[in-house]
Design a protein. Structure first.
Length: 364
């Protein structure tokens, strides 16, 4: 069950004189069924395509972007590239240790500035409900600090909730960090130059966590006023739409309360061919990735279009929630950019051209 939006939240955000600007990404894997996605017309009065119809009520606040391409690197998996390159636009020669093009992603670059005054630099979420860990980290994350350093996403709504709103847990962690810092400082004079450098990097990361805890503690009264309860159901038992909306609500709450100004959410990982159930849409579990390679069959193509429509519906619901939250003269959506997209244009041939991209909001 999704978290409710409360009047106390509306009041607190509405009182801000200058609303902060935010950025959030809503990533869908395996590309899209292109013909049903792209509108035929251009200009400001174009008719929305069948797949994009759920955005009709928001059309004055969305922009659709076409002809966005990236360079595909031969010899490495197209789906892993889709995830690693989506927010980095890494050059073909900027390779990760596993051989995939990868560098610091744009969300982390923006978080370097936007996250200086928030409790969390950024928030990474994933709606990966698969219980088998059959793919590598490159298929399951879109946010990266740099080569080989992933900003790992949270899959469990309860863990995400407690990370954001469990003030008492952060205060307990602060006591542990004090002990860690004391031990490290005692150890430092006994180390060689190389080890001192490594320890210095470690201490810097500990201080970053300390700052995070301090900022959360300063917000503890506001957080307690929300009187929120953590999600009741286990994430592994949630239906797909419920799971996506619960995680989306947590993202919105974090943005709305200014706990973070940068977030990303993967609706599902790349490739991952284990069957997954979509209640109310398909009668039995489906293999999204497998379908993309059989979309030359009319029946499979229709099913892919249904799945794309489902994802757009979920995005539209979250964007509408953002637009219902008043901030000053506008809304939360007016003060942010909420991007829906995929790192593949089409999963049929792993094409990296005409990447599907929708942006809701105007960025303040």
């Amino acid at each position: 069950m999704a978290l409710p939006f409360l009047d106390v939240m509306q009041a607190k955000t509405a009182k801000r004189k200058i609303a902060p600007r935010r950025l959030a990404f809503f990533y869908t894997p395996n590309g899209v069924a292109q013909k049903a996605w792209h509108p035929v017309e251009t200009g400001s009065n174009f008719a929305l395509s069948p797949t994009l119809k759920p955005l009709e009520k928001l059309r004055q606040k969305i922009s659709l972007h076409t002809n966005l391409d990236r360079i595909k690197v031969p010899g490495t998996d197209g789906h892993a590239q889709a995830g690693t390159c989506y927010l980095s636009t890494a050059r073909p020669d900027e390779l990760s240790p596993a051989g995939y093009p990868l560098k610091r992603t744009i969300d982390q670059v923006i978080a370097d500035v936007a996250g200086q005054s928030t409790a969390f630099r950024s928030l990474e979420l994933s709606c990966n409900s698969y219980t088998d860990n059959r793919e590598s980290v490159y298929f399951d994350n879109i946010s990266w600090y740099g080569h080989g350093h992933v900003a790992r996403s949270i899959k469990d709504p309860r863990k995400a909730f407690n990370r954001l709103f469990a003030v008492h847990e952060h205060q307990a962690n602060a006591s542990v960090l004090d002990l860690v810092l004391a031990d490290a400082k005692d150890l430092q004079p006994k180390l060689g130059r190389l080890d001192q450098s490594k320890l210095g990097e470690y201490l810097e990361s500990v201080r970053t966590v300390e700052q995070q805890i301090e900022r959360i503690t300063k917000r503890q009264d506001d957080i307690r006023d929300l009187d929120l309860e953590e999600p009741g159901k286990l994430w592994t038992t949630m239906q797909r739409d419920e799971y996506i909306q619960v995680m989306g609500d947590l993202m919105i709450l974090a943005l709305q309360t200014d706990l973070t100004r940068v977030s990303s959410m993967m609706v599902a990982p790349e490739r991952w061919d284990t069957p997954l159930m979509f209640h109310g849409i398909f009668e039995k579990p489906i293999r999204h990735h497998g379908w993309t390679h059989n979309q030359n069959k009319a029946e499979v193509l229709r099913d892919l279009e249904k799945l794309d429509l489902f994802h757009v519906e979920q995005y539209a619901r979250l964007a509408s929630k953002m637009d219902a939250i008043k901030e000053g003269e506008g809304t939360l959506l007016d003060n942010m950019m909420f991007v829906m997209g995929s790192g593949l244009g089409s999963g049929f041939h792993h094409t990296c051209s005409d990447l599907p991209t929708v942006i809701a909001g105007s960025g303040g």
